[in-house]
Design a protein around this ligand. Structure first.
Ligand SMILES: Nc1nc2c(ncn2[C@@H]2O[C@H](COP(=O)(O)OP(=O)(O)OP(=O)(O)O)[C@@H](O)[C@H]2O)c(=O)[nH]1
Length: 342
């Protein structure tokens, strides 16, 4: 952007020197003008390229560049390039700033024209523009300024809309990501998330030779809960169970809803004796924590648990199968118990 502005300004300087060389204007003010322009371009270029302008609220110095060109020494060439200059403002300034720049531009350009026409007619070459043409240029500038300001309003609201759509999109992506890995009913990680975690923890355990435990938890006689109290009550029971178990395990353990009334608990770096102790605590807490159903009924739940430790070289599918077999062993033995697979 700074480079483009500098190129534009260089083009204008070249044009003014051609005008002076053609004898249409006094070359001395053109030299001064060239000096002032050079100082302006260099200042802006150095500030932007060195990164020093990043400290300002308007790091691309758009406002400064526009104001400088309109009222500074470049005003003589403002009419033909004003539209281009204002385009920078359309994308960089707020509508308020653009209204300010437009009013400023009109006043500054009008004043510059008046000075030249009435107080310094000597600056004009004999065949330079008549006052009516200057007035026409002023009207043209007013049109350019007004349409740039209007465009800025449109661009500004389009950008605000884009920003808010971007925020909404990010929130939607986050929500989709959550839905993809979370069980909606209990808020626990879902089966897909658990499969991925099992894959990762399995690889880690194989590599580090640290113990890895997998427990399968299944609510006892849950069909009877649904049949007696209704499916909605069953949902409340599942949520309450998930909360109770989650409250018993460590932050490093991963509890997930595997499906229906089945849950999995993955415990890394845990020995079977410690895992069994923890699961006994879970079992006892579930049995001692009645679920308050809507309507005031207190529902007692129990859970059966099958626990398996990853054997060297064993796959996750085989580990899961052994935990499942242990769970069914626990069910067969009368439920409400923890059984460790051998
Ligand atoms: N309310 C509710 N019930 C569910 C959900 N998912 C599965 N179930 C129910 O859970 C019950 C599971 O029943 P079964 O597999 O027969 O097992 P059980 O009655 O718990 O018996 P055991 O496991 O042998 O102790 C079924 O009635 C399913 O409809 C759910 O998201 N919400």
């Amino acid at each position: 952007m700074a480079g483009l502005s500098a190129l534009l300004m260089l083009g204008c300087i070249g044009a003014m020197h051609l005008v002076a060389a053609a004898g249409l204007t006094d070359p001395v003010p053109v030299y001064w003008w060239t000096l002032a322009c050079g100082a302006g371009i260099t200042t802006v270029f150095v500030l932007i390229r060195s990164g020093a302008s990043r400290r300002f609220a308007d790091p691309s110095l758009t406002l400064f560049q526009i104001v400088y060109v309109i009222a500074g020494p470049a005003r003589g060439i403002a009419p033909p390039i004003l539209a281009v200059i204002m385009m920078f403002g359309v994308f960089g300034l707020t509508p308020r700033q653009m209204v300010g720049v437009a009013l400023y531009g009109l006043v500054a350009f009008g004043a510059a024209g008046a000075v030249v026409q009435w107080w310094h007619p000597a600056w004009l070459s004999p065949d330079s523009q008549p006052p009516a043409l200057s007035a026409a240029y002023l009207v043209m500038i007013a049109v350019v300024l007004a349409s740039s300001t209007f465009l800025t309003t449109r661009v500004h609201s389009a950008r605000a809309r884009l920003r808010s759509q971007k925020r909404e999109l990010a929130a939607a992506v986050e929500q989709i990501r959550e839905l993809a890995i979370r069980d909606e009913l209990t808020g626990l990680p879902n089966r897909r998330c658990m499969l991925e975690m099992m894959r990762l923890e399995h690889a880690r355990a194989q590599r580090s030779r640290q113990p890895l435990l997998l427990a399968q938890l299944d609510l006892d006689h849950f069909k009877a809960v649904n049949d007696t109290h209704g499916h909605a009550a069953g949902d409340v029971a599942l949520q309450s169970f998930a909360q109770t178990v989650h409250g018993c395990v460590r932050a490093s353990d991963l509890l997930a809803r595997w499906g229906g009334e089945e849950f999995l608990l993955l415990m890394a770096n845990t020995h079977p004796a410690d895992g069994t102790r923890l699961l006994e605590r879970v079992r006892a807490t579930v049995a001692a924590t009645p679920v308050a159903l809507p309507g005031g009924t207190q529902l007692s739940l129990t859970v059966s648990v099958g626990l398996a430790e990853l054997a060297p070289g064993e796959s996750t599918a085989a580990l899961l199968q052994r935990a499942d077999a242990a769970l069914y062993g626990a069910k067969r033995l009368g439920r409400n118990r923890v059984l460790l697979a051998h």
